[in-house]
Design a protein around this ligand. Structure first.
Ligand SMILES: NC(=O)c1ccc[n+]([C@@H]2O[C@H](COP(=O)([O-])OP(=O)(O)OC[C@H]3O[C@@H](n4cnc5c(N)ncnc54)[C@H](OP(=O)(O)O)[C@@H]3O)[C@@H](O)[C@H]2O)c1
Length: 300
């Protein structure tokens, strides 16, 4: 497969986007950021940007002309807009499309069938169909949980209020990956286009149980005054299904139950330690000290 040099990045702000932009620039890719019309996000003047309308395929085709690859780090809420982006990438002769995935291993049927992933499933199915009849290829990045993001926003553990919902016995090992690793892995895919063509690429930051996360966090914020609640991931999923069926539009009623089940549930594929692409992508597994540094940074 031909060399990839020119990369369009859709969604360079937010949580993952800035890390992706940095990783691309660090490896001297020629980057153009696609910015949605009306965006108030700011990027440095040195960054090439093109304003696009994600609902208008010709505007996307014009932006993608001459690009070798598209990396999308669009928000979960903007995932359906990627169908237009795929159509435009095909028309502009883009070689590789990396859609906004960056979560659980969607090869796992139990995880894949949770409603949380429905819109991403549609985009992957579309890409797979189109890759049969066009020259567009794809890669999916799976990294399970964003470690630094999850610690700083309290999703993985609430350091500020010293609260943790311990799923099942809290001993299940899951993959946690810092945003910078996810970005470096994604960009490394572009350096290995043939080996990563039309397949999921698995990124493993570290294997971490909630009990270990608690122990490391207590070293940072102290071990006194914690409120630990034991929660069943199975019951959480059942409740999420009930809420989803009653009110699918009320995302807050079901999102956490499904997400926790996908990450901590037995048989949901949340541990990529034994099956990943770290070696190909040149990524090392984090040490406990590195995880500790991430927790310290998140708590500061
Ligand atoms: N594994 C995990 O733990 C984990 C955690 C969080 C997210 N994720 C996944 O990572 C991916 C990126 O998430 P993120 O949290 O980094 O995203 P984000 O910060 O919410 O948003 C990223 C970008 O999306 C753009 N955007 C937002 N709404 C848009 C819309 N309606 N139309 C067009 N562009 C829009 C934003 O553009 P503007 O700058 O114009 O606002 C921003 O650049 C998603 O697939 C998400 O599901 C994974």
């Amino acid at each position: 497969m031909a060399h990839i040099q020119k990369v369009a990045l859709a969604g360079a702000t937010g949580a993952l986007g800035p890390h992706m932009l940095k990783a691309l620039l660090d490896l001297q890719f020629d980057v153009t950021v696609l910015v949605r019309q009306g965006s108030t996000s700011k990027l440095p003047d040195s960054i090439k940007t093109i304003v696009v309308d994600y609902n208008n395929v010709p505007s996307l085709v014009a932006a993608l002309k001459g690009q070798d690859a598209v990396i999308s780090t669009l928000a979960a809420s903007a995932v359906p807009l990627q169908i237009n982006l795929v159509d435009a990438a095909i028309e502009a002769n883009v070689k590789r499309f990396i859609p906004s995935e960056y979560g659980c291993d969607m090869r796992n049927e139990r995880a894949r069938n949770l409603p949380f992933f429905a819109q991403k499933n549609v985009v992957r199915a579309y890409l797979e169909e189109k890759s049969q009849s066009t020259s567009l290829t794809y890669s999916y990045i799976y990294n399970v949980v964003f470690l630094d993001y999850g610690v700083s926003n309290g999703l993985l553990i609430d350091l500020k209020n010293k609260k943790l919902d311990l799923m099942d016995d809290g001993n299940r090992l899951s993959t946690v990956t810092p945003l910078s690793h996810v970005a470096r892995a994604t960009v490394a895919v572009l350096k290995h286009p043939e080996e990563t063509k039309n397949r999921p690429v698995l990124v493993h930051g570290a294997q971490l149980s909630q009990r270990k996360l608690l122990e490391l966090s207590q070293r940072v914020v102290g071990s006194e005054g914690w409120q630990i609640t034991e929660v069943s991931s199975e019951k959480g999923e059942e409740e999420a299904w009930r809420n989803f069926k009653a009110a699918p539009q009320d995302v807050m009623g079901w999102i956490l139950g499904f997400l926790r089940r996908a990450v901590y549930g037995e048989g949901y594929g949340g541990d990529l330690s034994q099956d990943n692409d770290n070696e190909l992508l040149g990524l090392k597994v984090l040490t406990d000290d590195e995880i500790l540094e991430i927790i310290k940074f998140a708590s500061s």
